[in-house]
Design a binder for this molecule. Structure first.
Ligand code: NAD
Length: 336
């Protein structure tokens, strides 16, 4: 695999998946230059980026918004590869106020894609989402599954996903559209299910499970996603450009089982589980086909759910100072 020096532009890299990706790439390719563009919303936190990277000359942080053409054009013109994570990413928030979702997720992607038309790069990796599919009509869900987004978040992601596809065909954008299934791991915001469960359990508080906990998701440890993105970054253009690629494990597990496993790992009583009524806009089942990623990249997820959950629990146990300051936000969203 090539390790020639590359200039990467990572948008939204102060968030959960983006920061794990930046830390992964820095460890594997210490000579790559990483430019981070992030608006540092409630979800962005520069503490997620390794101190080792922040203190060397290979990292540059630009505090800015992906919807602003000036800064985006300037950064793209200095990049070889763009990896676009920046988004409003929480389904529940999108139900209560969605305008920012369409601004960031759709217009932000349009601004970035336009900048790449004007300042061509080797590769543009657009992080879409499995949420674009809606509930599984046929299983496992392949990349040809119909797009039936069921929440405003999912609709915004579907809009951006198809916008990028249209730019491949209209302007020859060298883009790859990646559709990760539910990621979990270190540095995930407490508003998301697994960190929410872990931190509640550690604090001996109730784990709130919606709608009987029967919704099925394909849970993937974030390090597996980073490995797949690395392969996509370096893959032969003929194989990947213009493609949409699912990143999932091919195994689905319901939310109630996740809550029970977390309580087991944190050594707390199963009585902490509290059932509440379901939220609108939820999909009932997601399970990824793994065939295309295997065929194009030779990649399959390696970290099984029990090992990934164990590693995630260890992170939250050992990094209380990282998450305790966000507890008030979790309480706010817990009321919705
Ligand atoms: N977490 C998952 O399970 C999952 C699954 C599928 C797809 N995705 C997608 O992966 C990407 C990353 O998800 P995440 O969970 O790491 O999200 P996150 O919410 O943890 O991080 C989002 C990051 O984007 C930044 N950001 C938000 N608006 C911005 C703007 N206008 N300009 C610049 N930066 C902005 C935030 O400050 C934050 O650092 C998103 O595109 C999301 O839709 C996530």
């Amino acid at each position: 695999m090539t390790s020639h020096k590359k200039n990467l532009l990572v948008t939204g890299g102060a968030g959960f998946i983006g920061s794990n990706f930046i830390n992964y790439i820095h460890k594997k390719y210490p000579n790559y230059k990483i430019q981070l563009l992030d608006a540092l919303t409630y979800a962005g936190n520069l503490e997620n980026i390794s101190n080792n990277l922040k203190s060397n000359g290979h990292f540059q942080f630009s505090h800015g918004n992906v919807t602003q053409p000036d800064i985006v054009n300037q950064l793209v013109s200095d990049s070889d590869i763009v990896i676009h994570f920046a988004a409003e990413s929480h389904v529940t928030r999108s139900i209560y106020d969605n305008s920012l979702f369409f601004e960031t997720d759709v217009i932000g992607t349009q601004v970035l894609a336009n900048a790449i038309v004007n300042h061509p790069v080797e590769r543009f990796i657009h992080i879409s989402s499995s949420e674009v599919y809606g509930t599984a009509i046929n299983t496992p869900m392949s990349e040809d599954h119909p797009l039936n987004p069921m929440s405003p978040y999912a609709a915004a992601k579907a809009g951006a996903d198809r916008l990028v596809y249209s730019y491949v065909h209209t302007y020859g954008l060298p883009a790859v559209i990646v559709r990760p299934f539910n990621n979990y791991g270190p540095f995930q915001h407490l508003e998301k299910a697994i960190p929410n469960f872990i931190t509640s359990a550690l604090n001996d508080q109730k784990l709130t499970v919606h709608g009987g906990g029967k919704s099925l998701r394909d849970w993937m440890f974030v390090e597996d996603t980073c490995e797949a993105l690395d392969l996509i970054m370096h893959a032969d253009s003929k194989k990947v450009v213009g493609e949409a690629i699912n990143l999932g494990t091919g195994i689905d597990t319901d939310i109630l089982t996740i809550a029970q496993k977390v309580l087991g790992l944190v050594d707390r009583s199963q009585n902490l589980i509290e059932h509440v009524k379901d939220r609108p806009g939820q999909v009932s089942r997601h399970i990824s086909s793994t065939e295309k990623a295997r065929r194009l990249l030779g990649w399959t997820a390696k970290i099984n759910l029990d090992d990934g959950l164990q590693r995630t629990v260890e992170f939250y146990k050992n990094n209380k100072q990282w998450w305790e300051k966000f507890l008030w936000m979790k309480e706010l969203w817990g009321q919705k």
